[in-house]
Design a protein around this ligand. Sequence first.
Ligand code: PLP
Length: 421
Amino acid sequence: MADELHLPPAGAADLDIDVMLAGGGDRSIALGGLAAQPADALLGLIALHRVDPRPDKIDLGVGVFRDDLERTPVMRAVKAAERRIWETQATKSYLGAEGDAVYTDLLAQIVLGGQAQGPRLAGVQTPGGTGALRLGAELLARAHPDAQVWVGTPTWPNHAPIFGEAGLSVRSHRYYDPASAGVDFAAMLDDLRSARAGDVLLLHGCCHNPTGASLAPDQWATIADLCETRGLIPFIDLAYQGLGDGLDADAAAARMMVDRLPTVLLAYSCDKNFGLYRERVGALWVQAANGAVAELVRANMLALARSLWSMPPDHGAAIVRTILEDEALRADWAAELATMRARINGLRHALAATHPRLAAIADQRGMFAMLPLSPAAVTRLRDDHGIYMAGNGRINIAGLRAATVPVLAHALRPYLDGAAQ
Ligand SMILES: Cc1ncc(COP(=O)(O)O)c(C=O)c1O
């Protein structure tokens, strides 16, 4: 079948160390041939915001959850779990390349519910969602080096580099329609007509970054049909479970794809829904066509992980495991996550009500939305009002507070009414 993973046995791709060393003879070349790299735009924005002396400045550029006091707090259950780990952890000796298997199994139940087990599923702990995406990309590059990876426009800016650095070619399909602030599904399907059997379709499982625009359930079903009939491999990026409509609702599309398709990759991040950002907590699950292929997948994932990061950092995953193992901590985490979700969705409704051109923001989900602004307008909002957002008009909804929604609405009005550009 075109959509199966054809992998070499783990360890088959031994590197020829002598050949590598032989190339290092000319020391004068050193590293000066490296290409200059563009500065990270969001980091630049953070720096500009930091030195802005205006007390009423508003930071909508940041990519992390903020509470109503503009803090990114450590969640209560996380603090409690850390205390417990500090008291009880007896060793920091190495784990294996797969990380903490209890963490991965407990998390699989949150992510995949009833489909969390079975011989066709291989899962490993990864350093964040980024690590999961990169590990999946490297696995795909081994199995299908000619596969093209299809990503929607726009998408999280790190998607294309992650797949590109793994040696895969990245193609884009239309996704977001600025006119409706929703998904241009007809255009997406039209572009995907050029996809070949064995190609990979990257899909945001929920809470699309940067647009907030999701596929409707019937559109997900059409995508599943497309993958089935055309032999495409879905690679689901689930980085915000619980921050949209709820833990189960946000995983529904991923579960449906896993249910319907023989081969599915799922990259997961706990960095937002557990507020663990810098701890780098994630996982990669691969569903394979049968148990034997799943074993091959697991062996290759471990071999790749060993050369990428040897083993994932433990502390964040130990926190998640401790929370999920304990009923009271798990309930408290889910309750705090529900509060975070309610805050985001409340702000969405408040902002959507301020202007007809923002109405769709209420129907979108997750931390991000794209305001219909030109790059010049984004700069003027920063200069004139101290309102900071990404150059493409992406805002972090959680960067708002009830009190700053009208301030933003007032500053946006001339641009939304067409009186300013
Ligand atoms: C869509 C998407 N996928 C993956 C990630 C990576 O998350 P992590 O910080 O866990 O690497 C992010 C982070 O912003 C994201 O927005």
